[in-house]
Design a protein around this ligand. Sequence first.
Ligand code: ATP
Length: 429
Amino acid sequence: MPRLASLIESKLPEETVEMLRTAGELAAAGESGAGEAYLVGGSVRDLVLGREPNDPDIVVTGNGPRFARALTAQIKGEVTSVSQFGTAVIQSPQGRVDVATARSETYSSPAALPEITPSNMEDDLKRRDFSVNAMALSLLPSNWGELLDPYKGFADCARSRIRILHDASFQDDPTRILRSVRYEVRLGFSLEVETAEVLERDLSYIDRLTSARLVAELRKILEEPERANILRKAEAEGIIGAISPSLRVAESGLKTMEQLDSADELLYLACMTSSLTEEEADAVIARLEPDREWQAVIRGAAAFRVTASVLESADLLPSDVVELLERVPVPVLEFQRIAGPRTRQRDHIEAYLRRHREIRPETTGDDLAAQGVPRGPVMGKLLHELKTAKLDGKVTSQQDEFELVRRRLPILLDRERQGTDQPAGAAAP
Ligand code: ATP
């Protein structure tokens, strides 16, 4: 096997190399709970490809968490979490280091979480997703930098291809289907021919994934700089449709995504789901069961469509625009500001996002309470009227606001007493 010691030494920061050497020496000393110690996974792949590696992952035979504690006694850092699967996380001044116990995995049924047993390094590499991620570099001083590559990941790196390790790989864990596109695009690789056939055959196994795992994979895609190309490819290959037949990623949304420099996840999600109808959004939400913010954004395109034509009217007051746009999540409006037509609606969105969204009356609920206004619906209506008046330029100082309160309070109280209330905002100040 080739020795890639020079790659470790030339491509990794000096402190990381020191830490890895210490890990190897510690394992070799034999009192740390570990027999062998390896650098594994993405960082080995990236070293082989001459790319900047992420935070290092270490795998040891023996007891990973015990080894992690022993390692932190020798380097600056602390173990911040330990899992029941024999993994530990070290936070050190150089960043995060993941330490795991070498293990084998067996899947009782497709897409189930695997059963885990401590094992040797070969088994640990066997459980991995693709050959390029199934390489390890020894950290022991006796064979420092020696490559362990039972699945020929090195050759696949040279041939720029993503290859699964066995025929049932995508069935065992269908998240690998999404992972494969992510790596293809990120690395500029292609699927090896048989892997591509198996992927097509096993697309329907995506159905068996839990919503939480699906959302986690989508999040990882949205984190990638090449997110738009990954989604484009996933759409073209039927992977998006396999998540939910209602999920469509439109080219227009992807084009907008590509124009964004560094936006947050929700704006990327707004681009990704910009073409969904209300029914489609509901079906996607039923499949993904995402958190409330994601739900609002996924429904946002349909919510915006309802208001879009109204936004073209010439005689809208700022308060009308605020009332319309408050119902649409901000990331969806940001998407529309970039992607929507250059008509009046865009001016309204811009004014709302830049100024009107933040406008509040100077008078607060506490101020009103201090003037004897009871907390409850009347106070809510007064605050709403104050905000409307301020947005539309009808009050410009706190004095004006007090004047408005003085005029409106008796009327609102009277209405409340008689039970002839109108909806908030219906009465002009
Ligand atoms: P990168 O995204 O650059 O690969 P990473 O190495 O931190 O970064 P992770 O997703 O944390 O990527 O995975 C670490 C390693 O664990 C992978 O290189 C792979 O060997 C293995 N792995 C991760 N997910 C799976 C999976 N679903 N099936 C099999 N192996 C996996």
